[in-house]
Design a protein around this ligand. Structure first.
Ligand code: AMP
Length: 973
């Protein structure tokens, strides 16, 4: 028998039903399509046996069929197909069309009649089966199923066939045979179709997968991205093909529409239309081209810039095309001798960009010849890449014309290949930097030296910082030697005896050197013969000279020490450039011709990018005060306070604002607020200082009323006094020493702050603490009488203010002189009344306050004495236990304006309010202390019951009660 395999035409049955795609079937064998003998193997070959006959199927087509109808035999009858190659399938399906006779309609003799048949499988790598091999029995065959008929034929009944599909597998060898075994059934096999199921080609999530045969339970299939799409990850997409020919799950990784394409439907990408673009792979849709760009073809990933517009290398394809900025406008130049400040306004057209910067070009013209400026010319904050609109240029030559060109640049300036728009300004530096020196003369001479002096030129603009003298033997113009001097005289030594020298002198100011004076000729003395008597005379004179010199030195040292001890810095002198050995003296920034110079000298310029502002913490005289962080590369990040200068300021306000930094920058002391630096190159202008976590001392004390021990308070006072001692030694007079101007850090260290002097000067300051007086504003309650009366501000008047700060500290932030009017305060002080000791204040501290408030300013202690006194108290804390004596009635010579005595209060509430303890009013009343009489007997246990647990508050209440007892004579102990 021929082994004929018939593979059915590959047909696709596509339907999409709840997302499932029907499996594709591949036919391995179909008897219906067979036209010649099937030649299947029959066993046994004895009658009755399986007969191959030609019949007609339902459609009337001729088909090859097998039939068997044993009337008596009970033995097995086998019918085996020819070899069917597996074609890689792990399982196949066998569809059997058959008819089966009903046993009851068979003759009675046929008792073993059956209405089922068995299907067997035998797998083999080769087509080696014969009539005898494999043996006709279960094992080596394996039984697949027993198939029963649904419809049975009856004689004379309806002819209806059965169709059963049986799954056969798992298959492992190259092919297999199927065997039909009957054991008494009368049946006909009308058709047998063997087929396998495959996963059809499919496209999911923009990935397409080929037709896939499930070799195993699930088969992984590799896919590719559909046209115009690209994988979203590196791994190619894969999907599983199930044994039943169904795709399982979504693809492992997916594809998306590529640049220039957008999803058309769930599996297809279409090109972006013209005027649209899509820059990257993804599911987003095409977008209209950004401003000033367009596309002319479909499927664009980027829109090209229109003529005259550009994208910087760092610009994204989605960003609009921009153009270079127009020229800077209205350049204003300020010239200060050889320093030029250029300021300008923004260009009218920024070109649509935010990354605007400026460059400054400098050309120097001497006569008709113009050349680029020398490297010695410096630019602050820089020459190129300047983001602010202000540049300070130094190192220019005097009496020279310069052309400064400011160029506007942005990210597209480089790619535009056009010349940046610019504006220029011509500037000629001053003719005379320093006035020439004249009157060079010899004041003394010997054989080898000469003393020279000259006339101090009257400078109309700048102070002279030093002189430079040059000299050489007369006529030797190339042998100049140079000597510097701070004063208007100099001694030249090591000169040649009896020789003539030519000498020139010039002066230097902040603006640079002036011209040399006209040449003066001086000469050393000629040699003389030395006689013994002359030598002796010389020796005697030298000895006398030495003695005089030693005496002078001793007297000078003595005088100097004395003057140091008694020096009382006078504001008229402070701020001047006093020089002396080892004494650092404060320099008033307002004595500078250009106060900005002082800022540059004393304050570090900080790059604004190092600073991060975090929150507003207060309001200063010129703008908000913020907390922030300062991160200077290479230094530890620190917390800083940032004072800002609010917008719309005048030049004067800017100067005044920055003057605080120029002052603060001169101080280095643990009890003086430390200046980190300033930001002047960008807006807003800022002053950065160390951050003090607990803020101003007055509010800090009020917040922690009664919470600190005496020794802690004295520690704070000691810190303030130490800071003030430092300031007074530097000849700086603070003028506004008050608890509100002391800052406290997290370690309770107090630091003197607020060096801005402007509030004394500006009449329009709105702070009521500062009262207008002749020539400025004065914080009356803190100011010494001589400073109020005739503006005599000295370190001694600072000492008075310090006494008030002591009182503020010891009373936990009480307002000095309570609610008395300023005029009443002035009158009371004039009549020798003084503030009484705050409650619980150690007597020694109150005595120190009274010392600070001596009318005669020279009788007040100096800050060094105050520091020593406080140190003594700290070393002997027992001395703090002795509290100030309570004044007896009103006979005390000092002002006694504290809270009214308990006896004068009409109710418990009034009394508690008077001593600022009103928070405990309901506790007192609930505990039964409803009248003043009952209060006078209160003790610590009662207070604890009421809920007064803070030691400071207990002391305050008990001290007030004690006053009542003294007044009423009802002392219980
Ligand atoms: P001033 O302009 O110095 O009077 O500052 C106004 C307020 O800002 C002060 O009262 C403080 O509350 C706060 N402040 C100023 N400087 C600092 C600082 N260095 N640390 C913390 N807070 C500050």
């Amino acid at each position: 028998m021929d082994h004929v395999f018939w593979i059915g035409s590959v047909s696709w049955f596509w339907f999409v039903l709840t997302g499932l795609i029907t499996a594709e079937e591949e036919v391995l064998m179909n008897t219906k399509l067979e036209t010649s003998d099937l030649r299947w193997t029959i066993y046994p070959n004895t009658d009755p046996e399986w007969d191959e006959v030609t019949g007609l199927d339902e459609e009337g087509s001729s088909v090859r069929t097998f039939q068997i109808c044993p009337l008596e035999s009970v033995s097995s009858h086998w019918l085996r197909t020819s070899f069917i190659p597996r074609r890689g399938a792990s399982q196949v399906y066998v569809e059997v069309r058959f008819t089966m006779m009903e046993c009851s309609s068979m003759p009675n003799t046929y008792r073993t009649c059956k209405e089922t048949f068995n299907l067997y499988l035998y797998q083999s790598d080769e087509d080696t089966a014969t009539h005898t091999h494999p043996a006709w029995m279960e094992n080596p065959y394996s039984k697949v199923d027993t198939v029963a008929a649904d419809f049975l034929l009856r004689r004379g009944g309806e002819r209806k066939s059965n169709v059963k599909t049986v799954r056969v597998g798992p298959l492992a060898k190259r092919g297999f045979y199927l065997s039909f075994q009957t054991q008494g059934a009368c049946m006909a096999l009308l058709a047998v179709r063997v087929f396998l199921k495959k996963c059809p080609p499919v496209t999911r999530a923009f990935s397409s997968f080929p037709e896939t045969l499930p070799h195993s339970l699930v088969q992984q299939a590799g896919g590719v991205c559909v046209e115009n799409s690209a994988p979203l990850s590196e791994a190619p997409p894969t999907m599983f093909c199930g044994e039943d020919g169904q795709w399982v799950g979504p693809p492992s990784s997916s594809c998306a529409c590529g640049p220039g394409h957008e999803p058309a439907d769930s599996d297809r990408c279409r090109a972006c239309g013209s005027g649209q673009y899509k820059a990257s792979v993804g599911g987003s849709v095409c977008r209209v081209c950004p401003d000033n760009s367009n596309t002319h073809s479909a499927g664009s990933s980027v829109c090209l810039c229109r003529a005259g517009f550009y994208r910087a290398a760092s610009d994204l394809p989605d960003s609009a095309c921009t153009k270079p900025p127009s020229a800077p406008r209205s350049i204003i130049s300020q010239i200060n001798d050889t320093v030029v400040t250029l300021e300008w306004a923004e260009p009218v057209d920024r070109g649509g960009r935010l990354d605007l910067s400026y460059s400054v070009e400098c050309v120097c013209c001497r006569g008709p010849v113009c050349v680029a400026c020398a490297d010695s010319v410096t630019y602050r904050p820089g020459q190129v890449g300047v983001t602010g609109r202000r540049v300070i240029i130094r190192g220019l030559l005097p009496h020279t014309t310069y052309t400064f060109t400011v160029l506007s640049l942005s990210g597209v300036s480089a790619v535009s290949h056009t010349t940046p728009a610019s504006s220029s300004v011509n500037i000629t530096t001053s003719r005379d930097v320093a006035v020439p020196v004249s009157g060079v003369r010899r004041t003394k001479a010997s054989e080898s030296s000469v003393s020279l002096s000259w006339t101090v030129p009257s400078q109309n603009q700048h102070n002279i910082q030093e002189y430079q003298l040059r000299y050489s033997l007369k006529g030797q113009d190339d042998g100049w030697q140079y000597v510097s001097s701070k004063s208007s005289s100099v001694v030249l030594n090591d000169l040649a005896r009896g020789s003539q020298y030519q000498v020139q002198v010039r002066a230097r100011t902040v603006a640079g050197y002036g011209h040399f004076s006209t040449t003066a000729t001086i000469s050393t003395l000629p040699d003389e013969e030395e006689s013994p008597s002359r030598l002796m005379l010389t020796g005697v004179l030298v000895a006398i000279g030495l003695l005089i010199l030693i005496a002078v030195v001793i007297v000078a040292v003595f005088c100097f020490r004395r003057s140091n001890r008694t020096r009382d810095p006078d504001p008229d002198k402070s701020g001047q450039f006093l020089m002396g050995p080892g004494i650092k003296v404060y320099i008033d920034p307002f004595t500078y011709e250009d106060p900005n110079e002082a800022v540059r000298e004393f304050a570090k310029e900080i790059d604004v990018s190092f600073v991060k502002i975090e929150e507003v913490i207060g309001a200063g005289e010129f703008g908000e005060v913020c907390r922030g962080r300062l991160r200077v590369p290479g230094r530890k990040e620190s917390c800083v306070a940032i004072k800002t200068l609010k917008g719309g300021y005048t030049d004067k306000q800017r100067r005044d604002f920055l003057s605080e930094a120029s002052i603060m920058g001169q101080f280095q002391h643990p009890n003086i607020i430390h200046l980190e630096g300033v930001i002047t190159a960008s807006c807003p202008v800022m002053i950065l200082t160390e951050y003090m976590e607990n803020g101003a001392l007055d509010s800090f004390l009020r917040l922690n009323d009664g919470q600190f021990t005496g020794i802690q308070l004295v520690g704070m006072l000691r810190g303030i006094a130490s800071g003030m001692k430092y300031l007074s030694e530097m000849s700086f007079v603070h003028r506004d020493l008050a608890a509100r101007n002391i800052l406290v850090n997290s370690n309770l260290v107090c630091k003197v702050s607020d060096f801005g002097l402007s509030r004394f000067l500006t009449e329009n300051s709105s702070d009521p603490t500062y009262t207008s007086s002749l020539g400025g504003k004065i914080p009356i309650r803190w100011t010494a009488p001589e400073a109020i009366a005739f503006r005599k501000f000295t370190s001694a008047s600072d000492v008075w203010s310090y006494g008030i700060v002591m009182w503020e500290v010891m009373s936990f932030g009480e307002r000095p002189y309570w609610d008395m009017s300023n005029q009443d305060v002035i009158n009371a002080i004039e009549q020798d009344y003084r503030l009484p000791a705050p409650p619980e204040c150690p007597a020694s501290l109150h005595q120190l306050m009274l010392d600070c408030w001596q009318k005669e300013r020279s009788s007040r202690p100096r800050f060094c004495a105050i520091v020593s006194a406080l140190d003594r108290l700290i070393r002997h804390p027992a001395s703090l236990k002795i509290t100030a004596r309570i004044p007896d009635g009103l006979s005390h010579p000092l002002l006694d304006q504290r809270a009214p005595p308990l006896s004068l209060c009409s109710s418990v509430g009034e009394w508690l309010r008077a001593i600022k303890m009103e928070r405990y009013e309901s506790g007192f009343l609930q505990a039964g202390f409803t009248s003043i009489e009952l209060i006078s007997h209160i003790c610590t246990e009662d207070l604890l019951r009421i809920g007064v647990t803070l030691a400071g508050h207990q002391k305050k209440i008990l001290s007030s009660v004690q006053t009542l007892r003294i007044h009423s004579g009802s002392l219980r102990y």
